[in-house]
Ligand binder design. Structure first.
Ligand code: 2P0
Length: 351
C-alpha cells in the first residue's frame, strides 16, 4: 500500500541541510515495458545494478518558499527542470515537508552526456536517496531504502531498481518474496558466485537522441496486440532466470536475457505507430557475439536497452577473451570507437 510511505512521525526540521549521494544506472535482464496508473509496471522486471555509470548529486535544502534550481557541474540546466518539477509534485503526498524548502540541486554523471545511456534511472535514484536521507535526519530514523526506491519510481520507473542490491526485482511476482509494484527489492541473494562479478561492457553504437522516448514506448503497450502474451511471458522468464541466477546456470541466463532484449525491440516494431531503435551496427555486433560464442564457447551474451547500444554481459573470468573480441572486431562498430567498461555494483551510496 502506498500509505506505508506517508509520514506518521513528527519532524524536526532545520533551517538548512546539505546531502550528497551517488547512485548507479542499472541494466534490466527481464524488461519493464508497459505501465499503468502512477508509474506502476505492467510486468515484473529484474536488473543488474551497475557501478561505473553513476550520477553524483548534491542537494542543499533551505527553509523558505518551495522551489528549486538545477545545475550540472555548476552550470544551470533549465531543460532538466520539468522532470524535476513533476517529480516534486508526485512525491509531495509522501514527503509534505518539501513544500517548506527551496532546493539547490547540482548533479554530475560519470558517463558522457548523450552517450545514449539513459541518465533517468541514476539521476532519479540519487535525487530520491538525497530526499530520503534528509527525511531520515528530520525524523531521527534510519535511511529507508524502500521509500527511496518508491520515490524514485515516481520519477522514472527503472530508477527504483538503482537504490540497493546487486540484483533488484521490481513488480509483483508470485515466486519473489517481498516483491512489489511500488518499489524495487534487493535480490542479491539470488546471485550464484558466477554472477556476483559479472561484467557489462556497453558498446556505444549511437549517441544521438532517441526517435521515440521510453515514456511513449511504454504507452504504446496499451492496446498492443501482443501485450497480454508479453506480460505473462515476463513472469515466466523471471521464474526461469531467478533459478538460473541461483544455480550459476549461464546457458539459461543467456537464453532468457537475449530473448528478453529481442522481445523488447519486437514490441517496439509491432506497436502502432511502430518504430525501430536498433541500428545496422547493433545487428552486426549481435552477429559477431553469436559467432564468437559459437567458435570459442566463451559465455558472453548481449542485452539491449531502449536504444541502439549493446550491453555485453559476461563472467569476470572471461574478461581477457572479451577484451580481445572488442579490440579486434567490435570497437569498429562503436561511434568514435567508444565503449564503457562497467560491472555489477551494489547501489546508492552516501558521499
Ligand atoms: C527497463 N526500460 O526495464 C526498460 C527496458 C528501457 C528498456 O525502463 O517512463 O525511463 O520514466 O518510467 O524507466 C526505460 O523507461 O521509463 C526502461 P519511465 P523509464 O529498464
Amino acid at each position: 500500500m502506498e500509505n506505508q510511505f506517508k509520514l506518521a512521525t513528527n519532524l524536526n526540521l532545520v533551517d538548512q541541510i546539505t546531502v550528497k549521494w551517488q547512485a548507479p544506472s542499472n541494466i534490466a535482464l527481464v524488461k519493464y515495458w508497459g505501465k499503468h496508473g502512477m508509474q506502476l509496471p505492467a510486468n515484473p522486471s529484474i536488473s543488474f545494478t551497475l557501478d561505473a555509470c553513476r550520477t553524483i548529486t548534491t542537494v542543499k535544502a533551505t527553509k523558505g518558499d518551495h522551489g528549486f534550481t538545477i545545475s550540472y557541474d555548476g552550470v544551470p540546466k533549465p531543460d532538466f527542470a520539468p522532470k524535476i518539477e513533476a517529480y516534486f509534485k508526485r512525491i509531495l503526498d509522501y514527503c509534505p515537508w518539501i513544500a517548506q524548502y527551496h532546493f539547490d540541486i547540482d548533479t554530475h554523471n560519470t558517463f558522457p552526456h548523450s552517450s545514449g545511456i539513459a541518465s533517468s534511472a541514476s539521476s532519479m535514484a540519487v535525487l530520491s536517496a538525497c530526499v530520503t536521507d534528509m527525511e531520515s535526519q528530520f525524523t531521527g530514523t534510519d535511511m529507508d531504502f524502500h521509500k527511496a526506491s518508491f520515490l524514485a519510481r515516481l520519477g522514472s520507473g527503472s530508477a527504483c531498481r538503482s537504490l540497493q542490491g546487486q540484483a533488484v526485482v521490481w513488480g509483483k511476482h508470485d515466486e519473489v518474496t517481498g516483491s512489489s509494484d511500488l518499489f524495487g527489492v534487493d535480490k542479491s541473494d539470488y546471485l550464484h558466485p558466477t554472477f556476483q562479478q559479472y561484467h557489462d561492457t556497453i558498446l556505444l553504437v549511437d549517441k544521438g537522441e532517441k526517435v521515440v522516448s521510453s515514456t511513449v514506448g511504454h504507452e504504446l503497450m496499451n492496446g498492443h496486440a501482443f501485450a497480454k502474451a508479453r506480460f505473462s511471458q515476463a513472469h515466466e522468464n523471471l521464474s526461469q532466470l531467478k533459478q538460473a541466477l541461483k544455480d550459476g546456470d549461464v546457458e539459461t541466463f543467456i537464453k532468457i536475457t537475449e530473448s528478453e532484449a529481442l522481445t523488447l525491440h519486437a514490441m517496439m516494431m509491432t506497436s502502432h505507430p511502430y518504430f525501430i531503435l536498433m541500428k545496422p551496427k547493433t545487428l552486426s555486433i549481435i552477429e559477431e557475439i553469436w559467432a564468437f560464442r559459437k567458435e570459442t564457447g566463451v559465455p558472453v551474451c548481449f542485452t539491449l536497452d531502449a536504444g541502439a547500444n549493446v550491453h555485453m554481459l559476461y563472467p569476470h573470468e572471461n574478461k581477457e577473451a572479451v577484451d580481445e573480441l572488442i579490440n579486434s572486431k567490435l570497437a569498429q562498430y562503436c561511434q568514435n570507437g567508444h565503449y564503457i567498461c562497467d560491472q555489477i555494483g551494489t547501489g546508492a551510496k552516501k558521499c
